[in-house]
Design a protein around this ligand. Structure first.
Ligand SMILES: *[C@@H]1O[C@H](CO)[C@@H](O)[C@H](O)[C@H]1NC(C)=O
Length: 359
């Protein structure tokens, strides 16, 4: 009996070590505490004083997610009043699964308030059509469609963030965005972008689709980026918005109305209906393109959130020794410990990272 227990314990340890080897190592982030004037310590996830952030977690982008969380805490006036909701890929192939991801997050952020929600790829598998970039077809890209169902019903609103972002400002300011009664989603809009090119000629020439889809919206349809969104979860649930998005994914399977992945169905449902947020909250496109070696600068204007959207990622460029200028800012939040044992920059202390954001 006793030997059996010992064997089981040994087995459990051996299994978790084998799987853990798939996850990179991360340093522990500095601890951040609520300042004066913050809400009282939250009793639980339903506490009305909390700011709710939703992100996805998987092995591939974990390094980005860790840096994003670190940046959000560092710039928050009330870091202990932020609750993180992580949608984690289930353990398949190289993905370690929700439990190991939970341990990795808890190890780097011991006092973080967070919950992990396993996201089953089958939930979207039958709905995903081939797109121009394989990375855009990953089931986890569609997890944002399921937030309203996965998060506790007492959570009234969530800020969805991609894993390749860094906060440079207090996210509570974004949280406090006013949503008029007609709006379900708030996000920065880009009305100078050519909206037509997000959909195929087949879409625009179809008499039942095209401009007709956007007729009667609150405003003319504009592009917005789904990597930073404030979502009213109550209105989302009441309006069955996941089903509305998925109806477009079904049409896509028959008619090929767009080329990108999870973004166009969002545009089809929400363009012209979103509440515009200041552009400072999504300084996007910083990913540029690694293959062509292109770097993108910040857009004009203030910066509250930087977004390395695009094909290139700062961690890949840093590892390759060819960082873009702004990648050095990202590096100051990188908790990754390379397997050769040299700790990443946070080991040098928060004072260094603080200086990098003083521009
Ligand atoms: C916008 O894109 C469409 C489709 O690619 C193109 O036909 C049109 O000329 C573009 N419009 C402008 C103003 O660039």
């Amino acid at each position: 009996m006793r030997a059996g227990v010992a064997a089981a314990v040994f087995l459990a340890v051996a299994v978790s070590c084998a799987a853990a080897a798939a996850l990179p190592m991360f340093a522990e982030a500095p601890e951040y505490r609520n300042g004066e004037g913050c809400p009282a310590a939250a009793a639980g996830v339903c506490d009305p004083g909390l700011v709710h952030i939703a992100m996805t977690l998987d092995a591939h982008y974990l390094r980005g997610s860790m840096a994003a969380v670190y940046s959000l805490l560092k710039h928050a006036s009330c870091p202990e009043s932020i609750f993180f909701h992580f949608l984690a890929a289930e353990a398949v192939g190289e993905d370690p699964g929700p439990e190991l991801l939970r341990r990795a997050v808890a190890a780097s952020f011991p006092s973080l308030r967070f919950e992990i929600y396993p996201f089953r790829a089958e939930a979207v598998a039958g709905l995903i059509s081939a797109s121009v970039r394989a990375a855009l077809e990953a089931p986890l890209n569609y997890a944002r469609n399921h937030l309203a169902e996965l998060l506790p019903r007492c959570v009234p609103r969530a800020i969805y963030l991609d894993s390749d972002v860094l906060a440079a400002d207090d996210v509570r300011r974004l949280w406090e965005t006013r949503l008029p009664a007609a709006a379900v989603v708030a996000a920065p809009e880009y009305c100078h972008a050519n909206f037509s090119r997000y959909f195929t000629p087949a879409f625009w020439s179809d008499p039942g689709l095209g401009a007709r889809v956007f007729a009667g919206r609150r405003r003319p349809p504009c592009y917005f980026n789904t990597g930073v969104m404030v979502i009213d979860l109550r209105r989302w649930r009441a309006g069955n918005y996941r089903q509305r998005i998925e109806r477009w994914m079904e049409i896509q399977k028959e008619k090929r109305i767009y080329e990108l992945g999870s973004l166009p169905p969002f545009l089809l449902v929400f363009a012209g209906e979103v509440e515009a947020v200041d552009h400072r909250w999504n300084q996007h496109g910083l990913g540029g393109d690694n293959v062509h070696g292109s770097c993108r600068p910040l857009h004009d204007g203030p910066v509250s959130l930087m977004h390395w959207s695009g094909k290139g990622k700062p961690w890949d460029r840093l590892d390759a020794g060819r960082p873009c200028p702004l990648d050095h800012t990202w590096k100051s939040y990188d908790l990754y410990i390379p397997s050769d044992g040299n700790a990443a920059s946070p080991a040098l202390g928060p004072a260094l990272s603080a200086s990098l954001f003083s521009w």
